[in-house]
Design a protein around this ligand. Sequence first.
Ligand SMILES: [Zn+2]
Length: 545
Amino acid sequence: MSAPTRPAELVLVGAPVYTVDAARRWAGGVAVGGGRIVAVGAEREVLALAGPETRLLRLDGSMVVPGFQDAHAHPLTSGLELRRCALTEVEPAAYGDAVRAWAAGHPDAPWVLGGGWRMDAFPGGVPPAGLLDRLVPDRPAWLESRDGHSGWANAPALRLAGVGQGTADPPRGRLERDQLGAPTGVLHEDAMRLVEGVVPLPGPDELAAALATAQAHLHALGITAWQDAWVLPWQLDAYRAAAAAGTLTARVVAALKWDPERGDEQLAELVERRARGAVGRLRASAVKIVQDGVAENFTAAMLEPYRGRDGGAGTSMLPPAELARAVVALDREGFDVHVHAIGDRAVREALDAFEAAVAAGGRRDARHQIAHLQFVHPDDRQRFRRLGVIANAQPFWAVLDGYMRDLTLPFVSAERAAWQYPWASLRAAGAPLAFGSDWSVSTPDPLAQIEVAVKRVPPHDRGGEPFLPAERLDLPAALDAFTIGAAYANRLDADTGSLEPGKRADLAVLDRDLFDPAAGPIGDARVLATLVDGEVVHAAPGWPG
Ligand SMILES: [Zn+2]
């Protein structure tokens, strides 16, 4: 313990403090001053720092953890979705009623926009032709799938977009068609841009409200920082506005979207956007490249063809040489590169690109990462450690649900099926591991996700069969990945991610000790309060502070 000269402004005692410091030390209290942690230690030691002006909070046996960080999420668009026709929390049988009700409740909305529908709600993973026209006959409608890789348009939306019988599949995209070849309204991957191009962009007020909604939602889950994994210029403007206004209480890393239609000439713009993005708690230090799609619509790039799909092995969004060129150039400019890769071929292509960057420029303190990692060839596991590439994992996906049973397992070999979401294998191979939710693809609740990481069973089906249980993590490993591991991925580890003197006072107070087996399932734990820079940004009803 160092000896601060002034009394602490805030002292928290009465609950075990899991510091996530190098020794994974437990403490009895935290003292905060000037937005930073001035001491973490035994209750008696931190109480000694309290003066007459100190706010003293006596907790009742719960647990204090570093603020959770999400290394891959889409909060701005998720916030928009929450304010639109959101199907994420709706049972598939009620989709029709929900869409009709939203349209009826918003008669003046020129479009019915929203998303969150599950592919496994429909036979073959695809909504049937004509359904959305019956639900919304009077105006254009556009609903994104929960994973964001497919969109569902009605006939007025297709008409506005100029999509018809004669429309060819664009590069990196595919249109669902009926037997006569006419588009049914479901568009995959870059075919979605056809309709997105005619959807009106949200205005500044709607964006500010969406960001506020998302931020409040995430703070209530104990999250103090996130990486937005797909930031277009209008989204960066929304973040900048909030940061400049002082309403951005979370730390946000914007991963600027790489445009696959353009090459190196976009670099100068990205550098300029990075400079403009350094406002308040906002940084735009990362660039996002999407290298493949998803397995459920056969666009994940695989080393071996899908079974029963006429030899198709998915789509590499960028030719491997072009991906490597982009990553080398971005690495040279000092960007942290965040690559989306689901199939084992896409993962390998991303690792090859990072290897090219190391060959060209040597190793530097880069926070390059590959997100999703559904299929990782065992030969590639060691490469994360060797290349210093972060494995950015979405723990909630590693379960036997409809996506896995009906839309994935029938189309891959048994050998490949066993290579999925290999979190324990990657960690055992020395890969730096960071967790992210990919919200709104799945829940942003870190506690529900941590339960899945340690059980490989979804919280709504606790008696179910674990999915590849050898890949379960222990609780300390899972907590690491949502705190210091994600902070490292976000380049915020020097200042956050653990509770240590000198670091920012970003922390969450939970209603129970996650390590206590008698305390109930981890996913049922709730956040009592969330602090950023020592200020309360979320408090549950009854919180004494
Ligand atoms: Zn994502």
